[in-house]
Design a protein around this ligand. Structure first.
Ligand SMILES: [Fe+2]
Length: 491
């Protein structure tokens, strides 16, 4: 069996195959066996290794305990021809959940949980930065015999930032061994000075610079973020992706300002060419989300709000696969990451909908979509000069630069200290889909398509007071083969 064919079959199901597993499959596999292996692999697996083949219900005959074939048995060799490839394309839309907090929450919220949570963030993002700079532990900088003229690097979290009396920026950077203040001179490098001004609390950065004589202060030459690589390898699965996905969010069923007419026009428009409908939170308006909300509600019971939402969504054409994640108006815990809706809510909806947590990463026909409601945009917009609610693509690009969806602790996002930092963007998505700000913005950053999909609610009293102008009744359609998009209006 050809290597490319094996890779493609696994890629169609959202998996990569490691070289050892590929060697085993090349010499010893059958269509039945591959199906068995595929159905036995946990959806959280990204790269299929020999151990996954070994633990499949009916493993390859002759395979020894190390995952290597002791003999090469005679087996039927399936060749994926163009017609079988077309059959794969014609298959109904499928969803593979790659990352999701649902049913995996472990935190109690104790002090030690927070220590573990931030250590995990530092380790994951520090590893990305360590590929680009060779960093020392901060503690080691204070040793007396250091040559202070030689530039050196540290990797740490932004603990504090301030402006000195002379107008320079001073950033306190912390790693697990200590803290060092980093001075960014206002006249040395304008770009660096501006970048330092845009740093947010608790993001993980790499700093290169020289030390003061006693090693107590660092003078920055450069500051880097984990960021995305400049060029990305497009997976075979992504190259072969076919079909169309529609991205929406913030439906707010139950609110007096929910735009039913626009919604019904939208559902009516959903045709045979659409394979997926992806919803990034705030399915309903919720209850008690802000003071006085009850005056703005058309449906005062949370379960009745979901029953009405289910009525609207169950009317979506049957062939369209829906993926729904929650937002801050939905009836799940407010601390993020949020798990998917409980069974008491999901049972109101039709059974073919995939409910995921917030954030979550899914694979649709080889295209990786990272869904995050986007509450952290309140903090990122407030903390970054020149950002506004009218242009949501800017804070979304910041998330990709941070390689983190919600870096600031203690802001608008209440962060649950899970063992793993689920906000870290370790796998690079093809599409980042957010909502929350009720404005539409679609843009690309280093090959990632960023979609903020607006709302289905007209301006609320709260938004009037805040001078926020929503962009309701719009849906973004993406052609998964070309990654070209179109924003359709139903308002
Ligand atoms: Fe919303």
């Amino acid at each position: 069996m050809e290597t490319g064919d094996i890779i493609q079959i696994f890629a169609e199901s959202g998996f990569q195959v490691d070289p050892v597993a590929l060697d085993i499959l090349k010499t010893s596999s059958s269509p039945e066996l591959i199906q068995k292996i595929l159905s036995s692999i946990d959806s959280s697996v990204i790269v299929v290794g020999a151990e996954h083949i070994r633990s499949a219900p009916s493993s390859i005959p002759g395979m020894d305990g190390n995952g290597l074939t002791a003999t090469t048995p005679e087996l039927t060799i399936p060749v994926q021809t163009k017609s079988t490839a077309r059959k794969l394309e014609a298959q109904p839309a499928q969803v593979t959940v790659l990352k999701d907090i649902s049913n995996q929450s472990t935190c109690i919220g104790e002090y030690t949980d927070f220590v573990g949570y931030f250590k995990d963030r530092y380790t994951l993002l520090g590893d990305l930065l360590r590929k680009r700079i060779s960093a020392r532990p901060i503690e080691s900088l204070k040793k007396r015999n250091m040559d202070t003229r030689e530039p050196l690097s540290v990797i740490g979290m932004v603990l504090n930032k301030r402006t000195t009396a002379k107008g320079h920026r001073l950033i306190d950077v912390e790693d697990s061994t200590g803290t060092i203040p980093v001075l960014v001179h206002k006249e040395k490098d304008k770009e660096l000075f501006e970048m330092a001004g845009s740093l947010l609390m608790d993001e993980v950065i790499g700093v290169t610079g020289t030390l003061s004589g006693d090693g107590s202060l660092m003078f920055a030459n450069s500051v880097i973020r984990p960021d995305l690589p400049n060029s990305q390898i497009i997976s075979i699965a992504r190259e072969n992706a076919r079909g169309k996905a529609v991205f929406i969010s913030d439906i707010h069923v139950g609110s007096k300002t929910f735009l039913e007419d626009a919604w019904l026009r939208f559902v009516d428009w959903l045709g045979d060419d659409i394979d997926y409908l992806i919803i990034a939170g705030d399915v309903v308006d919720g209850i008690g989300i802000f003071p006085g909300q009850d005056k703005e509600l058309a449906i005062l019971d949370i379960y009745e709000q979901y029953a009405k939402a289910a009525e609207y969504l169950n009317a979506v054409p049957r062939h369209i696969k829906m993926i729904i994640s929650p937002g801050n108006h939905d009836a799940v815990r407010q601390a993020e990451p949020q798990p998917c809706f409980p069974e008491r809510i999901t049972r109101l909806f039709r059974s073919d909908i995939t409910f995921v947590g917030n954030p979550a990463m899914v694979d649709i026909k080889g295209v990786k979509v990272l869904i995050y409601h986007g509450r952290s945009m309140d903090d990122i917009i407030a903390g970054t000069h020149g950002f506004s609610y009218g242009d949501p693509a800017k804070p979304m690009a910041s998330m990709l630069r941070f390689r983190h969806l919600s870096p600031i602790y203690g802001g608008r996002v209440s962060i649950a200290p899970e063992k793993k930092d689920h906000f870290v963007i370790d796998q690079i998505p093809d599409i980042l889909h957010c909502g929350h700000v009720h404005t539409v913005g679609v843009s690309r950053y280093k090959g990632v398509l960023m979609i903020n999909s607006g709302t289905w609610q007209s301006q609320t009293e709260f938004q009037k007071r805040m001078n926020l102008e929503p962009m309701p009744g719009k849906a973004t359609v993406v052609d998964l083969a070309s990654m070209e998009y179109k924003i359709n209006s139903f308002g």
